[in-house]
Design a binder for this molecule. Structure first.
Ligand code: HEC
Ligand code: HEC
Length: 412
């Protein structure tokens, strides 16, 4: 049974991946999903992901650098303790990759938060419903107005979305799931479909015990959110350096870090380590690519907040281009030049924006700019990249791209 299951779906997926031109046709043919019996020996993983350690059958964050205040000062901050159930994490992972949650069974969370693009999608603006493919080559669907943030360390974000309209991951997930422009689903769709798939029935029972007997949309969201909470990134070269490994950064990168935290550039005022975000809203005057985006003002009604957005993390920033809510800056060099010219002040932002006083013309030299960019690249750390399920319990095709994913992961 197990082998038939894997063989069948591997074959389908490999076929889908290698024949991207006929992909849309295949997806339609498969749209009436096949129900798969769980292999009799299937078990959700009881191992904690990297960055976590097991304690009494739960995963607690294992951040070895927090308490070390050796030579370079450590991060000077301890991380709030969080406990996650490893089986729920694993179930959430399958759901995250499974298009069964979307109305037309064609879009999963992973289409826009994809491992190959460091849990973002490599696009200026994401593409929702009716699109085909994923990442930068996704086409034919509804254009959303903002770019997809990566999901690194979302567990520590106080506000979610660029405008902070959700305050926890559970509320956030309802956004893409139920929005007609994105996954176009509903509680009824999710519950009726998943309760008919024996594989999911088995997984929910294993993850949630008796509570999992009936699959509800809130358990689905609970599992996805638990999976998202596990996506931490705290093992970059910068982390190693900050806790005493003085060889972890080159002299150029260190110089770049000093520019980053200097009173001239002031990046660390809004992007302080270890999260590289202070979790608040700021107006820096990024231009929109199309329709005007008033950001936080739309949520609070306060004029003063026009064009302000939640400060994003800079973890893995070198892997999540293009940048900003509108995705209109292509490279890190462009970002630093934008700040160097005074942010929106020097780049034609509308005069009604109250641009933050830390963002002013800086007069950084070429060497300072290139070192700052080199420093930003030291924040790369994808050691906890989730494993890509090669098939999902619905049997629907997952957003897989073997070649580019392996190519990128081998460059790590
Ligand atoms: C069509 C592409 C698309 C799909 C599908 C999608 N997202 Fe997103 N995601 C986005 C975009 C775009 C944003 C930013 C939207 C905004 O801020 O208004 C976002 C924002 C987020 C955020 C907030 C991150 C932050 O730092 O504030 C989280 C968390 C998230 N998505 C998780 C999910 C989950 C879980 C799913 C599946 C249930 C999902 N997304 C499906 C495109 C997508
Ligand atoms: C006043 C607070 C503030 C300061 C100072 C600041 N930033 Fe930002 N940063 C933000 C905000 C807010 C955004 C998101 C703006 C948007 O999307 O419109 C952002 C976005 C970014 C992004 C893009 C992130 C992404 O995921 O797309 C990068 C990279 C970045 N900043 C780097 C820097 C650097 C380098 C400096 C110093 C030269 C700096 N920031 C100074 C607030 C700040």
């Amino acid at each position: 049974m197990k082998y038939q299951f894997y063989f069948g779906f591997f074959a389908t997926i490999i076929f889908v991946c290698y024949c991207s031109k006929v992909e849309s046709r295949i997806i339609q043919e498969l749209s009436e999903f096949e129900v798969v019996d769980p292999p009799s020996d299937f078990r959700l993983s009881s191992f904690c992901p990297s960055g976590w350690k097991e304690e009494k059958e739960e995963c607690v964050i294992d951040y070895q650098f927090v308490n070390s205040v050796e030579k370079n000062g450590g991060l000077g901050q301890s991380l709030p303790q969080i406990k996650l159930n490893p089986k729920v994490i694993d179930l959430g992972r399958y759901l995250f990759f499974d298009p069964i949650l979307s109305g037309d069974k064609r879009l999963s969370c992973a289409h826009c938060h994809h491992p190959a693009y460091s849990l973002s999608d490599g696009r200026s603006q994401s593409m929702g419903k009716d699109g085909t493919g994923y990442g930068p080559t996704r086409e034919g669907g509804v254009n959303l107005k903002r770019s997809a943030p990566s999901l690194w360390n979302v567990v520590y974000m106080d506000h979610l979305f660029w405008d902070g309209r959700a305050s926890n991951l559970e509320d956030q997930a309802e956004g893409p799931l139920y929005s007609p422009e994105e996954m176009g689903s509903s509680q009824e769709i999710i519950e009726s479909r998943l309760n008919e798939i024996p594989f999911y029935q088995k997984m929910f029972l294993e993850a949630f015990g008796k509570r999992g007997k009936k699959i509800t949309s809130s358990l689905v969201i609970d599992a996805i959110s638990t999976f998202e909470r596990s996506l931490v990134s705290f093992s970059s070269r910068f982390d190693k350096w900050s806790t005493g490994d003085k060889d972890a950064l080159s002299s150029e990168e260190l110089f770049g870090y000093n520019v980053f935290r200097s009173f001239v550039a002031r990046c660390a005022e809004c992007h302080p380590p270890p999260m590289f975000t202070n979790n608040v809203f700021a107006t820096i005057g990024v231009l929109d690519s199309g329709e005007k985006d008033f950001g936080r003002e739309t949520i609070t009604g306060q004029n003063l907040l026009r064009g302000s957005f939640r400060v994003p993390t800079l973890r893995n920033i070198a892997k999540t281009a293009p940048y900003m809510h509108s995705g209109n800056l292509e490279t890190l060099e462009e970002v630093v030049n934008f700040y160097n010219e005074g942010g929106g002040r020097g780049n034609g932002a509308p005069s009604d924006l109250r641009i933050h006083w830390h963002v002013r013309k800086m007069g950084l030299s070429k060497i300072e700019i290139s070192s700052l960019v080199s420093f930003l690249k030291t924040l790369n750390d994808e050691t906890n990249m989730p494993k890509f399920p090669k098939s999902v319990p619905s049997g629907l095709p997952v957003a897989l791209e073997f070649q580019s994913y392996h190519h990128r992961s081998s460059k790590k």
